[in-house]
Design a protein around this ligand. Structure first.
Ligand code: HEM
Ligand code: HEM
Length: 249
């Protein structure tokens, strides 16, 4: 594997090894929080410990950060490694200002997201959630990112973008979930959608890995294979190398 291919599997590897286990823990705790709250509300004694609430929230905060992080890793890979090598001086000579602007958007988005983690006041949470959500959307709208628009309903890009925005939303309304029944229900509805999207991301991401050629196979596959007809043509045969004339050495 070349360095480019190793960098390419960074995103799926982080998702599988770190993000999906967190989704499992958060979902299990979510179910328990609800069972416990309903039992207590009905005056029953619940066997579920009260610690599941804080546990759900603590791991939920980690989940938000890791989903945003894993999506940014994927987008950075496409924009700065697969599409062009950001370390190549030619890339800077051709599109230096665009590259600088894209890097600035990554920096502003990450900074706004860190501020969202640290904010407690409602207006700051609203401001930083809007800034990090907008930054993320602008980055994902850059040219060169494969969106699968012709099959948007099974697009890894759309599933990933919406799931990431839903995680930013969950973090931004965190204190409200405790305060009102409406916000709690909004949280449950939004995160059931997120959970379905995460399952979809597992399928669509595995499919995309299967579809993408390794870097050294790329020119051949993109040059000789037709996605619509699902066929590849054999490359034109190379002319045989002429034998060296006798006595030429
Ligand atoms: C897969 C993602 C998630 C799902 C399916 C989910 C679902 C739930 C459910 C079902 C509840 C219980 C509501 C009730 O008592 O009826 C809950 C509570 C809560 N969730 Fe989530 N959630 C998710 C992610 C998150 C994230 C990422 C955060 C914050 C960053 C978060 C923060 C909270 C808070 C603060 C509560 C209230 C806890 C309590 O009452 O002790 N959740 N969630
Ligand atoms: C939390 C789960 C995940 C999220 C939020 C997520 C998000 C994203 C985003 C936003 C992109 C960039 C847009 C695109 O090129 O489609 C992307 C690309 C990609 N993802 Fe995921 N993803 C997740 C899980 C996975 C998994 C589990 C796999 C594979 C096992 C995977 C494989 C890929 C591949 C192969 C690409 C394309 C990279 C390229 O074009 O070179 N993803 N993902």
């Amino acid at each position: 594997m070349t360095l480019q291919d190793v960098l390419g599997i960074l995103h799926p590897a982080i998702a599988v090894a770190f993000v999906f286990p967190l989704i499992g823990v958060v979902s299990r705790a979510a179910w328990q929080v609800r069972q416990r709250r309903l039992a207590v509300a009905n005056g029953q004694k619940s066997k579920i410990p009260p610690a599941v609430g804080p546990e759900h929230v603590e791991i939920g905060r980690w989940l938000t950060g890791s989903v945003v992080g894993v999506s940014l890793v994927a987008l950075a890979f496409v924009l700065f490694v697969a599409k062009q090598n950001i370390l190549d001086p030619k890339a800077w000579a051709d599109k230096g200002s665009l590259l600088a602007l894209q890097l600035a958007f990554f920096a502003v988005t990450i900074a706004a997201f860190v501020c969202l983690y640290r904010s407690t006041a409602k207006h700051w949470r609203a401001i930083f959630a809007t800034l990090s959500g907008m930054g993320f959307t602008i980055i994902s709208a850059q040219e060169g990112i494969y969106r699968r628009d012709q099959e948007w309903w099974v697009s890894h890009f759309y599933y990933g973008t919406i799931a990431t925005l839903l995680m930013i939303f969950a973090l931004s309304i965190l204190p409200e979930i405790y305060r009102s029944k409406t916000w709690r229900n909004v949280h449950i509805a939004a995160n059931i959608v997120a959970l379905l999207l995460f399952i979809g991301l597992g399928f669509t991401g595995s499919r995309d890995l299967l579809e993408l050629p390794l870097s050294w196979q790329r020119d051949f596959v993109f040059g000789n294979c037709n996605d619509a007809t699902k066929t590849c043509t054999a490359p034109a045969p190379q002319p045989p190398t002429a034998p060296a004339p006798a006595g030429s050495n």
